[in-house]
Write a protein that binds this ligand. Sequence first.
Ligand code: LLP
Length: 454
Amino acid sequence: MSQGEEQSAHLVFGGVDVVELAERYGTPLYITDESIIRANFRKYKTAFKAVENDIYFAVKANGNLAILRILASEGAGADVFSGGELHLVKLAGIPLEKILFNGNSKSEEELRTAVESQVRVSVDSLDELETLSAVAGEMGKEAEIAIRVNPDVSPQVNPKIATGLRESKFGIPYYEILSTYEEAAKLPNIAIKGIHCHIGSQILDVSVYREATEKMMNLVEGLHGRGIELEFVDLGGGLGISYQKEKERAPTPKDLAGAILPVFEAKLNSLGITPKLILEPGRSLVGPASILVSKVNAVKLSPYRACGDMGGAHDAGARAEPVTGQSPTASRNFVAIDAGFNLLIRPVMYDAYHEVVVANKLNEPASELYTVVGPICESGDIIARDRMLPEVKRGDLVAILDVGAYGFSMGSQYNGRPRCAEVLVCDGSVDLIRSEESVEDLIRNQVIPERLKL
Ligand code: LLP
């Protein structure tokens, strides 16, 4: 650095210089700030303190054991969706009585494990209910259940993550719920404990929760009238976070409580019952708590400016001309980083927006338009489209923000890329919470038949 040149400011996360972390642990690197998770969990507990409640973390959002331990130490329960997730939360020390085994397609083995472990099961179909009764019978045990309601409400979210629509694969239709409970009450080895729904994810308008709560509490009333009393009402997760800080204001747990609690409490009072309220947040607890730091392998500046559509330069007959100055319609300048949809699939799968910053150039003005792409051999491997960033050079570090939910947990080894390391930061301290995989992990469990061996 020449004399007089100002040192570029570095991104600091959880009290730690991200550039130093990248030097120490390599890239790509998931970095999670413990204090954000704790603060987010406590916001839920404060917002819902008027009623008896439990917050079950949706483990699919992030299955890292250290992160589960943090949540367990705050008193979280867990929503698990597979035998594997059940295994994780047991290891993390989440109490069995605070675990709900969800899922629309559970194997008999998973049902057996749930009954064996004495965790409650959210039953997703009549078929599953009958299987569970038989499985519990064979084991000489009782299965404690809730029934997953499809409440037929339509949050304004990406259709891939709306789960309470009439046509969704999840749950039993609203109008069949009371008869299904009556059926359950007759079945041997089944103990009815609760009712469950989950209407979708990344919900930014909490009014749908009021609608869902009204429907769910009407069912609770219908069951009460039939002599079926519930110990809990689980209204699922789904509260959104603001991925685009300037455009979206995400509702807080307090806003959520404002939509749910008046309806919930009114029904409790009118019926004189006291079921516990359960919520299953995933994203809103861990989403903002992690960043993914990635190194720039190459910068490819476009010499062309296309007319209209940015990809138009490749179309037959499209006029393309060399860029003369900065233009918002400049054809793509690519910043190729070492993390792609193998480590963060959300932009590709849901057109999700994640903010990106150049972690080693925080104080430099955003002067160029770039599209940030990953290393995967697919044109769709785009992490962030058309972003104004400081001038980027090979070796710079790009941090992708708000990746703590459905980030690493949806990662893969596609294109022969071992998954990266994860570190936990907290008020300046740093701990490795997952080592990076090696090429050995790519071949783990693969078997070459004798006749094909070298
Ligand atoms: N409970 C149940 C039964 C769920 O299916 C889910 C999420 C949650 C709770 C937690 O929802 P959350 O609070 O995190 O929104 N991969 C997608 C999200 C899929 C959500 C699946 N179910 C994404 O990256 O946006």
